[in-house]
Design a protein around this ligand. Structure first.
Ligand code: UTP
Length: 271
């Protein structure tokens, strides 16, 4: 099973900061955001972590590449702890595929079709952090309990946030587990079937990858993952696991990135 990390987006909402530095490389407390996500993928039980990158965001790959000269220099200067950490991060096993143009999350995921074959796969959004690494194993357990069905993580959101997210429709089948009957992208509050928002962690059946190849561009000319999820419901069951909003952090906007830094800094006892 592969863990796919789409990180090829434009990061428009952070411009001009993301003109030269990818959004996923912005610091969260003491490391780039993407490092949390890669480490979560490696802790998930997946046999390979595949980062879906853009050719113009090579600095992400530099972060995960070995740098023996820097390690040697740090050791010569007596900075062994830093040397060890640089060495460790440079040896994390990550592979790469490329999205030629930022045509949407679904299109990004589709670029890894050659990696996933006929196996289910995880998708971890590159700008959403789950620092305790516990969410994917919990989703896998739900999938196993339901015959290998797709499972998406959802969080309860207040009225005023409903129209900013993909919202699920469905019915609760056991505590915190919903059987999904539909998905609505950014509904008006009065049209929202629930207050459960798609959050950025997915365990998807191979059928979703097949369907993605047929998805036509939708909102904003982008190929939406949500459209393939909607399509898969015609032939397969899908479940949603309600997760605690305190376990996950969106860093996709300046406000949420700042709030994530503040909260994780506080939890680390640094500030
Ligand atoms: P976002 O929509 O939050 O990222 O996608 P973005 O497109 O970079 O941000 P804005 O809207 O321009 O500000 C969530 C994740 O999916 C990746 C992003 O890199 C991010 O980690 N993504 C998004 C892709 O890999 N390819 C895309 O075409 C779109």
């Amino acid at each position: 099973m592969k863990a796919l990390i789409p990180a090829a987006g434009l990061g428009t909402r952070f411009l001009p900061a993301t003109k030269a530095v990818p959004k996923e490389m912005l610091m969260v407390v003491d490391r780039p955001a993407i490092q949390y996500v890669v480490e979560e993928g490696l802790a998930s039980g997946a046999d390979e972590v595949v980062l879906i990158n853009s050719r113009s965001k090579k600095v992400i790959e530099e972060h995960f590449a070995p740098n023996p000269a820097l390690v040697e220099e740090l050791r010569a200067r007596g900075k062994a702890a830093y040397a060890d950490e640089v060495e460790r991060v440079g040896n994390l096993p990550v592979s790469y595929v490329y999205q030629g143009e930022a045509l949407g999350l679904g299109h990004a995921v589709l670029q890894a079709a050659g990696k996933t074959g006929d196996e289910p796969f995880f998708v971890l959004l590159g700008d959403v952090l789950v620092p305790d690494n516990a969410m994917l194993p919990a989703m896998k357990a739900v999938s196993d309990a339901h015959g290998g069905a797709s499972v998406i993580a959802v969080i309860p959101v207040p009225d005023e946030e409903v129209s900013r997210f993909g919202i699920i429709d469905g019915a609760e089948v056991s505590e915190g587990v919903w059987k999904v009957s539909g998905l609505v992208e950014k509904p008006a509050l009065e049209d929202a079937p629930t207050h459960l928002a798609v959050f950025g962690r997915y365990l998807l059946s191979p059928r979703v990858m097949e369907l993605l190849a047929d998805v036509r561009p939708g909102v904003g000319g982008e190929i939406q993952l949500t459209d393939a999820l909607e399509a898969v419901l015609a032939g397969e069951e899908m479940y949603a696991l309600v997760v605690d909003p305190a376990d996950g952090f969106d860093t996709g906007t300046v406000e949420s990135w700042l709030a994530t830094n503040n909260e994780l800094c506080r939890r680390a006892g640094i500030c």
